[in-house]
Design a protein around this ligand. Structure first.
Ligand code: BES
Ligand code: MN
Ligand code: ZN
Length: 495
């Protein structure tokens, strides 16, 4: 999908060769209605008859209107024009337009749009028009290819925001694609191939390790999870070097369980198919790297993906087995369904070698996080207040929000074991926190944060599918490390 921004009056936009135009109508609109162009006049009449108001998402649609070249014109209320309202408005407008095979869409803002609202507009349209095609014999690919944003004034910041969002949407769509693919079309080896093809080019490196190398590294916890599967594990190490080597990197660690049956502690059958999404953390790392490849910011970033299936088998790890992690700590695996923390703990130890500025792991880690926060905010856990603060702010700025959860040591009580240094599960209470407490034991050498995306990475039910979260949050966080300048650099380079 392509995004463009133009300084333009509505009167010229509606004479362009576009399949549809959406006009974001703000409140208050006194100035607009006073100007009495044909559209303002129309809105005024509709308002007088009670057929249009300022409730965000209220639409007024015109078809083949005289003086308007575009056949479909939808006027939609955005109230104060804040990102959340823009989202509501565009979802409403898109539900009017979606059956018309719109290829080129104009979105006109009759007000000063913030860069955040612009980003929200683009990601909302990309998400609403998305169509999964990979494993369908007669796929219906998305028709929407091109979006032209227009407004009376366009700032350099807004232009930068469009360049940023262009890369962001590519990243989100990579994440959605890999997350949505069924587990037999997204094996650890296939994820590794995807990583290699994304991390191509001058500033990138990608190394893929298999069972032999991982054994040599002593990743006993990761290996324990992979034992039950015939699909060989992969440990993917992606590197993006956009800054001098002296600059400490940010390391992103994505949980890459390509299918989670629970192992010997097997899950119930209902909705088990959704456990193909248990690699959404990994998919978000792939998505971030895709965006980095487009934006080329002055940053160093490492992506680590421990990828494996979690399967029951004659050779599978059993409840009560004790394994030795790469850190040397022994772990009593009381529940083989708490496998995410086992693959992550070894990747967190591996991360030490990069002497990172910060390490963020991203994981569909616990059902308990879904209960705590639902599908609205991801769970954020961090031992470092400054890091937590910047991640939280990146969430607010991108609209891909999270909420900080506690890490008091008292929560770790239940992880005590008589047979190993630590158990991989505690009781039922505060399950997302005890999981984070487990991870924290392996992340003591650097500032660390953990995002539990079990509730936010995909939607269930009729609209089942990956959301591409938290690519937007992560990219926002990374670019904030270079003062958000990355997007501007790219725009300048293109001229
Ligand atoms: N991948 C699941 C977490 C999950 C469950 C995400 C449901 C989204 C929806 C994870 O591996 C898991 O099974 N966690 C267990 C941990 C428990 C055994 C301590 C869980 O949450 O039930
Ligand atoms: Mn599990
Ligand atoms: Zn899992």
């Amino acid at each position: 999908m392509n995004f463009e921004i133009q300084k333009r009056a509505l009167s010229t936009l509606i004479r362009e060769d576009l399949d549809a135009v959406v006009v974001l109508w703000p409140a208050p609109d006194d100035q607009l209605t006073a100007s009495l162009d044909p559209i303002s006049a129309l809105v005024k009449t509709a308002t007088q008859h009670g057929d249009f108001d300022h409730k965000p998402g209220t639409t007024l649609s015109l078809y083949a209107h005289p003086g308007v070249k575009t056949r479909h014109l939808v006027i939609v209320s955005v109230a104060d024009g804040k990102p959340a309202k823009v989202r509501t408005a565009l979802l409403a407008a898109w539900s009017v337009l979606k059956s018309f095979k719109v290829k080129r869409l104009g979105v006109h803002a009759a007000f000063d749009v913030s860069t955040q609202a612009l980003q929200m507009a683009a990601t909302t349209l990309a998400d609403a028009s998305y169509s999964y095609t990979s494993t369908l014999s007669q796929p219906k690919p998305r028709t929407l290819k091109h979006v032209v944003f227009s407004m009376a004034r366009v700032s350099a910041e807004q232009r930068g925001a469009v360049a940023h969002v262009q890369a962001l949407v590519s990243g989100i769509e990579v994440a959605k694609e890999w997350a949505n693919r069924p587990a037999n079309h997204a094996t650890p080896s296939m994820l590794a191939e995807a990583a290699k093809s994304i991390a191509k080019g001058a500033s990138f490196k990608c190394e893929v390790m298999g069972p032999k190398e991982v054994t040599k590294l002593g990743m006993g916890a990761f290996l324990a999870v992979a034992r039950g599967s015939d699909e060989p594990l992969r440990f993917i190490v992606m590197r993006y070097n956009g800054a001098p080597a002296s600059q400490a990197p940010v390391v992103l660690v994505g949980k890459g369980i390509t299918f989670d049956t629970g192992g010997i502690s097997i899950k119930p059958a209902a909705e088990m198919d959704e456990m193909k999404f248990d690699m959404c953390g990994a998919a978000s790392v792939l998505g971030v790297f895709k965006a980095l490849a487009e934006l080329k910011p002055a940053l160093n970033v490492v992506g680590l993906i421990p990828a494996t299936e979690n399967m029951p088998d004659g050779l599978a790890v059993k409840p009560g087995d004790v394994v030795t992690s790469m850190s040397g700590q022994t772990i009593e695996i009381l529940n083989t369904d708490a496998e995410g923390r086992l693959v992550l703990c070894d990747a967190l130890t591996y991360a030490e070698r990069f002497k990172p500025k910060a390490v963020i792991d991203i994981a569909t880690l616990t059902g308990a996080c879904v209960i705590a926060l639902g599908g609205v905010r991801s769970g954020l856990f961090s031992s470092d207040d400054a890091l937590a603060q910047s991640i939280q702010s990146a969430g607010e700025a991108s609209g891909d929000t999270c909420w900080r959860m506690p890490l008091d040591d008292d929560y770790a009580e239940g992880l005590k074991s008589r047979f190993a240094d630590v158990a991989n599960v505690a009781g039922r209470q505060a399950g997302s926190v005890t999981a984070a407490k487990f991870l924290q034991r392996f992340a003591s050498k650097y500032p660390w944060a953990h995002l539990d995306i079990a509730g936010t990475a995909w939607r269930s039910g009729a609209a089942k599918g990956a959301t591409g979260r938290p690519v937007a949050l992560l990219l926002q966080y990374l670019l904030s490390q270079v003062g958000g300048a990355a997007a501007k650099t790219r725009v300048a380079n293109r001229r």
